[in-house]
Design a protein around this ligand. Structure first.
Ligand SMILES: [Zn+2]
Length: 137
């Protein structure tokens, strides 16, 4: 079960919709397995921005510092799939870190479709889907 506050969830949807038709990415921040904040990151992959993302190290570090100074941690990463399902790709799986939450937001023709959360289990062998629960702020 992945818990995320509604305002963060809706904020990510806005980010994903405004970035369409490109993939956007960012980090999920929170405490005790509960996502309360997010930070948009730059997608360094401009050549294949429609179907790949590469998180910019600098914006990642800034988000990490911000999280720590607020007593929180980075819990995972989100990215969008423009005109694609919220299913992970093989590329996503290969690049994922164990135990982090990976949320994928499916955006169809610029509008939010759905989102699913994935966690890599057993040191990288497979992703498992986690149910998303929206909680109030
Ligand atoms: Zn992906």
């Amino acid at each position: 079960m992945v818990k995320i506050v509604r305002s963060a969830y809706e904020g990510i949807i806005k980010h994903a919709e405004s970035g369409y038709p490109n993939e956007v990415c960012g980090v999920l921040i929170g405490k005790d397995e509960e996502i309360t904040n997010f930070k948009e990151c730059r997608n360094l992959n401009q050549e294949r921005a429609r179907d790949r993302y590469e998180l910019d190290d600098r914006s990642f570090n800034e988000a990490d510092n911000w999280a720590r100074s607020n007593g929180m941690d980075i819990l995972g990463i989100y990215h969008s799939h423009p005109d694609h399902a919220s299913e992970y790709s093989e590329f996503d799986r290969q690049r994922a870190w164990p135990y982090w939450i990976y949320m994928i937001f499916s955006i169809n023709s610029g509008k939010y479709n759905d989102a699913r959360a994935w966690i890599l289990k057993d040191f990288g062998s497979h992703f498992e889907e986690e149910k998303i629960e929206l909680i109030s702020d």
